[in-house]
Design a protein around this ligand. Structure first.
Ligand SMILES: NC(=O)c1ccc[n+]([C@@H]2O[C@H](COP(=O)([O-])OP(=O)(O)OC[C@H]3O[C@@H](n4cnc5c(N)ncnc54)[C@H](O)[C@@H]3O)[C@@H](O)[C@H]2O)c1
Length: 271
């Protein structure tokens, strides 16, 4: 049984998808969860849902755009003011790639993706590490992607660059933070059946995706949340500076049909 009673867990992107599933998993394990993100109303609704579900005031919404340096600093000051500590940070905020081939991508688009997915992770980690150094304890879990291990669908170069950055930053932060008894790890999911993916892939998205996955089932946000819970727990006390894949074997097969992979961008744009 994994216990997070009297612990504070900050989750960026905590109002939806994988972030919300993480918030629910940690709150169910006894934590107070701080839901951070851009959309105040989504965060408030998510916090109310968890508070109602668990029958206690376990969730707090603090709006903060991760690209805004002062908003992120304020997020951690407020989290500490309201709960006394920051034991775990889950960085689950993120934006998808532009969908353009690199040759057609403008610099502003590339920078915007990196600003959210990479600089946002840096800023949130810095805020959390500041407190974790004081506490001499903490765990950071960055939700990267299999796009941070290999490549992604065609037209996702900005996303791939940002997620490779997250994996690298995780290793560097882990080395620096170990002296403060603080661990830093990344999770690299393959496709996860979030609401966004369901909309993008249309009816029977889960069944269609399952065909691409050797284990025969697409991962759910709860699967990623369970891994985050384990990695943040004492059971994973010797794990730091690494990235763990969770993709049902999706990325094991080698792409042999290159033309199909290239065409897939056109097909996805038509969906
Ligand atoms: N769903 C997948 O298939 C999949 C696969 C691999 C990795 N991921 C990663 O998992 C993480 C969560 O994604 P998700 O699938 O749950 O999608 P999601 O869209 O439900 O979650 C992303 C969250 O990030 C928030 N966000 C975006 N920009 C922000 C900003 N500037 N400041 C603060 N919050 C911001 C959004 O409001 C949203 O709540 C992302 O980092 C994503 O790249 C997802």
């Amino acid at each position: 049984m994994i216990e997070f009673t009297n612990k504070t867990v900050v989750v960026t992107g905590g109002g939806s998808g994988i972030g919300f599933a993480c918030a629910r998993a940690f709150a169910s394990a006894g934590a107070t969860v701080v839901l951070a993100g851009r959309r105040a109303e989504v965060l408030e609704n998510a916090a109310t849902t968890l508070n109602d579900e668990l029958g206690r005031e376990c969730a707090i919404a603090i709006p903060a755009d991760v690209t805004d340096e002062s908003a992120v600093a304020n997020l951690f000051v407020t989290a500490v003011e309201r709960t006394g500590r920051v034991d775990v940070l889950i960085n689950s905020h993120g934006t998808g790639g532009s969908g353009n081939f690199l040759v057609d991508m403008d610099a502003a688009t590339f920078r915007a993706t990196l600003d959210t997915n990479l600089t946002g992770v840096f800023l949130a980690m810095r805020g959390a590490l500041n407190q974790m150094r004081e506490q001499s304890a903490g765990v950071i879990v960055n939700i990267a992607s299999m796009a941070g291990r290999r490549i992604s669908n065609s037209g996702m170069g900005d996303y791939v660059a940002s997620k490779h950055g997250v994996v690298g930053l995780t290793m560097q932060a882990a080395a620096e933070a170990a002296q403060w008894n603080t661990r830093v790890v990344a999770i690299c999911p393959g496709t996860v059946l979030t609401e966004m993916i369901q909309i993008a892939r249309g009816q029977n998205a889960g069944e269609k995706l399952a065909k691409e996955i050797p284990l025969g089932e697409v991962a759910l946000p709860e699967d990623v949340a369970n891994l985050a819970l384990f990695l943040a727990s004492d059971l994973a006390g010797k794990i730091t500076g690494t990235a763990i894949d969770i993709d049902g074997g999706q990325w094991l097969p080698v792409h042999t049909d290159y033309a199909k992979w290239v065409r897939r961008r056109n097909l996805m744009n038509q969906m």
